[in-house]
Design a protein around this ligand. Structure first.
Ligand code: NAD
Length: 364
């Protein structure tokens, strides 16, 4: 698969993780939380999802400084139904409160066979596939519906106005030796991909954005309005929208993320008004323990046979074999772990500018 352009910098994983962690310590987080944020963001880069990687560092720090996200919070269990629970993230860092909800869901599914967790008011939880991977590591299937309360970026099918956020969905399946992780935004591109494109990274695909007059666009200014080469991007400055993927089907899935992750968790939907003045992720997760269903051996046998059959499909292009959900991430992880994380120069300067402002020296 195509890697980042050769003119991008390659930063070794340990140095990048240490720098990001030091930035959050300097911004006031404790070492454990800073390490979790750094490991998660660098992990997203390693998986190839640069949109949810270290490009987010300046914005996360700004959110912390503005009080939009709160350091040192633990998710609070507000309803405990045994095989289901409602948790309030209390605007804590997503990288802290989402793993806590996931850990509870895993423990309860191992006890009851299934567990549904409804997490609300979580700071940005990042790459949702990370949570599916945590469930896979415990031998569980998991399904995650996510919304972003208070954020409107995406036009529903047939519309030009923003109504949804990028509302990701992830499904993880623990086949032995073949972990399957489906994980994508229901927008044609994640907002972070527009952020990456605006910082000199990978260009947006055709028709990713839509102008208020209905013209399709690939120009990040459609979302962010005017911006400087180095510095923050604010989606509220743009007049256009990101488009939902898959026409009416992706738009319908995005709508259901609002129902499940926004309404059922009671964390709130993308709109029509953002009464809280800040955004938060909601996540409805379902954890399933195959062994409790009494069919684990058959499930694994059938699953492996089927997954192999799909991977062996005659490719349309001989140079591009058919991949399973999670394959691209595994391939990128292997490459980037060995050779470092490629970053556009602008992303790197934005991170260094944040580090310098907080008195942190870069180890690179
Ligand atoms: P994407 O379009 O790159 O799709 C990724 C998914 O498609 C993965 O499951 C991958 O394995 C699979 N895939 C990719 N290429 C494939 C191929 N050739 N064959 C088979 N499968 C393939 O992802 P995206 O929509 O850009 O989302 C990026 C990330 O953004 C995700 O990790 C998502 O969780 C995250 N996100 C988070 C939020 C949030 O609020 N926290 C919001 C939106 C997106």
């Amino acid at each position: 698969m195509a890697e980042a352009p050769a003119d991008q910098l390659r930063i070794p994983t340990p140095a990048l993780t240490a720098l990001v962690s030091d930035i959050f310590v300097a911004a006031g987080c404790d070492a454990a939380e800073s390490g979790r944020i750094a490991t998660h963001l660098v992990g997203a880069n390693l998986a190839g999802h640069d949109s949810h990687g270290v490009v987010r560092v300046p914005r996360y720090v700004e959110w912390l400084e503005a009080g939009f996200v709160v350091k040192g919070q633990d998710a609070e269990v507000v309803t405990d139904g045994g095989a289901f629970a409602v948790l309030d993230g209390k605007w804590g860092f997503g990288q802290t409160v989402a793993p806590q909800a996931v850990a509870l869901g895993i423990a309860r599914a191992q006890q009851h066979g299934v567990c549904v967790t409804a997490l609300r008011n979580a700071g940005h939880i990042g790459r949702v596939g990370d949570y599916a991977e945590q469930a896979i590591a415990a031998g569980l299937i998991s399904i995650h519906f996510v919304n972003v309360a208070g954020s409107v970026l995406v036009a529903p099918f047939g519309g030009v106005e923003r109504r949804f956020s990028t509302n990701p969905v992830s499904i993880g399946v623990p086949l032995p030796g073949k972990p399957l992780v489906l994980d994508f935004a229901t927008s044609l591109v994640a907002e972070g991909k527009v952020l990456v494109a605006s910082s000199g990274g990978k260009k947006l695909p055709e028709g990713a954005l839509i102008e208020p007059d209905g013209r399709l666009s690939t120009d990040p200014h459609t979302l962010y309005g005017p911006y400087e080469a180095v510095g923050p991007r604010n989606p509220s400055n743009g007049k256009g929208a990101i488009r939902a993927f898959g026409e009416h089907k992706g738009s319908g899935l995005a709508f259901m993320c609002e129902m499940l992750a926004g309404c059922l968790t009671a964390g709130g939907t993308s709109g029509p008004v953002n009464e809280r003045g800040r955004i938060a992720n909601g996540m409805l997760s379902v954890f399933i323990s195959p062994k409790h269903f009494g069919t684990q051996a058959e499930f694994e046998r059938m699953g492996l046979v089927y997954a192999d059959w799909i991977a062996e499909t005659q490719p349309a292009n001989p140079a591009e074999p058919v991949l399973l959900p999670g394959d691209p991430e595994n391939q990128r992880r292997a490459d980037r772990t060995a050779h470092g994380v490629p970053l556009p120069a602008e992303t790197w300067s934005n991170i260094l500018a944040t580090a310098t402002r907080l008195g942190v020296k870069s180890p690179v």
